[in-house]
Design a protein around this ligand. Sequence first.
Ligand code: ZN
Length: 415
Amino acid sequence: MNTTSTFETLDQLYSQNRLENVPFWITQDYLYTTLDRFANGLFDQEIAGESTERRPIRLLTLGSGPTPVLLWTQMHGDEPTATRALLDILSIMSNQKSSEIIEAIRNNLTLYILPMLNPDGAERFTRRTALGIDMNRDALALRTPEARILHNVIDTYDIPWAYSLHDQERRYTVGGTKRPAGISLLAAASDWTLSIDEVRRDTMRLASCIADYSRHIIPEQIGRYDDAHEPRAFGDAMVARGVRSVLLEAGYVPRDRHKEIIRKTNAIAILGSLYDLALDNLPSDDIYHAIPVNRRFFAEYVFKDISVQINGVPAGKQDLALHHEYDPQKQSKEIDFKLYLTELGDCELFTPSYTFEGTNLEVRFIVDQSSKSGLPDTDEPAFCEIVERASGTQILIQEGMPSGMPEDVFRDFLL
Ligand SMILES: [Zn+2]
């Protein structure tokens, strides 16, 4: 199988039809208004049920083919990339109905789409539902109304293929490489022995196809999740029930703050793999097995050989790695970023967006009672200031570029 020519066509369709100005913090209001623009003649919409806070959850039905395929996005409210990519996909399908690719998908598949399955979480930009539950640990107990909706759709339409669409933290690298994980895939296991039956092998073939399209945009930046069994997750629970359910996680490429590159990769890889599924043309599972398992060695900033002070006490020269966590601004609906401490000590293994050789730099940690250890805690907010020692200038790390940073200590991260 060769995805190159299909990719080239999709790449062109994407540039021509991609939606502009889609907010990163996408809410249900925006989503539904935009869906209504594309629905006419392309898909039907119905209310599949209500969220905990009574928001209507829509189910779209697109195409008239014999093979049902389910796609759902944002079961975690703070994972918007696939919802944004889905709008691009619907824009392409709506504008290019006579394209051979779109025709094949519409004639051979019936797509069932649950966009934004956790609208209450999306409203707050939180992972969990309004009940405080992680929906992807509710596939068996079905305590949340949203998980019951998903479960009902799978049952009602006897779904054989599914895409579970997520975002992942900005902390993963591909295997033992220095490359960040732009896309991560998982064909979940249905039992504790991680056996591979026909259903799971088919899922791996779908994942292989998604990887094959993705690598045209982000070569060598595709990772695989560890397949440790989690029976309460939808992927694992569905494979056990015969649903070929692939987990597709939108990762991060350095400095692509709002994940526009990964959004495009998602849209093209989903459309390309649907096309190959429609033509019964999925590759073997070999590509999937060759994808390295993710490791957690990405950080936004790495400082090398920086002088460290903790509450005014010198702590020698160390490396320092900091990563980003979301900081949603309720008023403006903008997403800012907070700095968290990834590692203090040897950061040689880390791949960052920005590296600083810190011979002239000092980091001053201010540790208060909120620290359990009395020291800077990893995976906690980094309360520190970074200063250039000679001038005493404080380096501010804000949206995008650090400011006040002397040019000569700044080295670009090159893909
Ligand atoms: Zn998720």
